[in-house]
Design a protein around this ligand. Sequence first.
Ligand SMILES: [Zn+2]
Length: 195
Amino acid sequence: MTIKGRQPYIAGGRLSGRYHAVGLHIHWGSKNSAGSEHSLKRFRYDAEVHIVCYSEKYKDIMEAVQHKGGIAVAAIFLAADKTGRTHIHGLSKIVDASARTPIYESNATIPGSYSLKDMIGNANLEQFYSYDGSLTTPDCRESVIWNVFSKAVLVSFDGFARLWKLRDHSGNRLINNFRTVQALNNRTVYYRIKR
Ligand SMILES: [Zn+2]
């Protein structure tokens, strides 16, 4: 998988051609519960970053979502680091900006420009699972090639504490924004290992 700074895209693995990155979001749990969408050997990580990309074969994401394999999502697990030593500057900036605007649909501008590499810090991109699946939000269309990196990235515990303080549109705490784990339904899950 390739990650490049200027015009971010992902490629490689089971993907044919390039997939343009269009957005990044995070799913998390709460102070008392982990919130990754995928689980590995029944273990749920604290949070999961999704980098949403669409195939260069289509003119935009709206068109790509209509086609099987039109969308690729790179998923990276986050684990809270209580030692407080870890610092991924891109991701930390997003978390910091979120904490400054803890109201639903408010915006924060993050100064500077960041490459995907900045965002995901020291993620190990060599080992990952890949399978054909669906979007995790309604209407859960089956157009996604999921690429789930098996090594979690450490993020400071303070960063997580700030995510848990965010509020939704009714002023409730925005926690546990993940979809529950789904049945495998005879899907093939591929695992890529370092040669
Ligand atoms: Zn997601």
